[in-house]
Design a protein around this ligand. Structure first.
Ligand code: PLP
Length: 399
């Protein structure tokens, strides 16, 4: 059994574990696909030609480095020094594209001809369809038929980008069913298809691979903060957690820097004990979800509990295995914000700074008042995405 002592660095072990979390709990039919990835991903992403192309696309296509912006009026309000890492300015409006670019370059080098992905609200589907258009690869996105009805603009975007959106019509007709269909597709097309997972979840090596692609976020924060404050280490790094990819990227280069507090904010939905929540660490227990051992919301007899959050990106019943380990080991500080608190925080940022955040990112903003950061301390908040996609929700709160 892996122990926290063996894996003290908070990074993945050779066998794919973070403490007792992680691993690859998958049907035998998927072994060849996952093994191919596991045996090749590190070698490929360390090749100079890969790194050059990745850096080039992040710069000229995504628009990196994204700014690190000192939010003066927000800082004044909370009597501390708040810097926003502007992932909302990435092409397609969020951090997700950092990962899909990395994975499509990897898929090309593995000789894959087709990309398959699942999507809930459609954000990951759009980020995947975008890079497939860019690289001229066939793209199939599975989406619950209920979600297809609810998320018409993102379905239109994916189609316009050339992706085929296939409805998943089983079960609750949402993300979990789309994931099952995408998995089935991958099992049936092992040699020519790559499955792009959108967060730091799934069987090893996905959590580590996605974290590496997103680690550009903290790589940039370090030199940007040094330029602005003289120190590359803030006192706090804040990020919202759905599956945990933007948080994993924002934490990555600070994991072993114990003086930097890593704060992960989950969605409490209508309240942690309301029965309509997605606050995984507050409500969950260890178990296996989507191919890895992690913490997930489940009933007494181990059935996954349907999560709830006003923000589609945080509406997930688990967290990635690295976050489970950060929680379990105490290295990460886990907080949560309700729907109402997130909406209020989104309006506050908009009024104080002229930045309309994604509802997901607004959950991180919502805890600024209870963080306890002092006036000489520095807080970096990862603003994972922009609020355009959430306007129909925000409109309901305008009077
Ligand atoms: C998808 C999404 C998230 C949640 O995903 P993580 O993997 O937890 O980062 C957060 N913010 C935005 C803007 C998103 O689109």
């Amino acid at each position: 059994m892996e122990t926290s002592i063996e894996n003290k660095s908070y990074h993945v072990s050779d066998r794919g574990y973070y403490g007792n979390f992680g691993g690859a709990f998958i049907p035998e039919m998927l072994y060849p696909n996952v093994e191919e990835l596991r045996d090749n991903y590190l070698k490929i992403i360390q090749e100079p030609s890969f790194q050059q192309e990745f850096e080039h696309l992040l710069r000229d296509y995504v628009g990196r480095p994204t700014p690190l912006y000192r939010a003066n009026r927000l800082s004044e309000k909370y009597q501390t020094n708040i810097f926003l890492k502007r992932e909302d300015l990435c092409h397609t409006g969020a951090h997700k594209v950092n990962n899909t670019i990395g994975q499509i370059l990897l898929a090309q080098r593995l000789g894959k001809k087709r990309i398959v992905a699942e999507t809930g609200a459609g954000q990951h589907g759009v980020a995947t369809a975008t890079v497939c258009a860019l690289m001229n690869l066939e793209c199939i996105v599975y989406m619950g038929s209920l979600d297809i009805e609810r998320q018409a603009p993102n379905v239109a975007r994916m189609r316009m980008l050339g992706a085929e959106v296939r409805p998943a019509t089983s079960g609750s007709k949402t993300l979990k069913d789309a994931t099952n269909e995408a998995m089935r597709h991958w099992i049936n097309n092992p040699t020519d298809t790559h499955y792009i997972i959108g967060s730091v979840v799934g069987p090893h090596p996905y959590p580590d691979m996605v974290a590496r692609f997103q680690s550009i976020i903290s790589e940039e924060i370090k030199w940007q903060l040094k330029e602005k404050t003289g120190s590359e280490n803030p006192d706090y790094v804040l990020a919202c957690v759905g599956g945990g990819s933007n948080a994993a990227g924002a934490f990555y280069h600070y994991l072993d820097q114990e003086s930097v507090k890593l704060v992960a904010i989950e969605a409490a939905g209508q309240g942690i004990s309301s029965g309509h929540s997605a606050a995984t660490t507050a409500l969950g227990k260890p178990g296996v979800l989507h191919g890895s051992r992690t913490i997930l919301m489940q009933t007494e007899d181990g059935q996954v509990v349907e999560p709830f959050s006003i923000s589609a990106g945080l509406d997930y019943p688990g967290i990635g295995p690295q976050h489970a380990y950060l929680f379990d080991s105490g290295r990460g500080i886990f907080m949560s914000a309700t729907d109402q608190e997130a909406v209020e925080a989104a309006f506050e940022l908009t009024k104080l700074e002229g930045i309309i955040p994604a509802l997901e990112s607004a959950h991180a903003l919502a805890v600024l008042g209870r963080l306890g950061a002092g006036s000489s301390e520095t807080v970096v908040l990862n603003l994972s995405g922009r609020g355009d996609k959430d306007l129909s929700t925000y409109m309901k709160y305008l009077d």
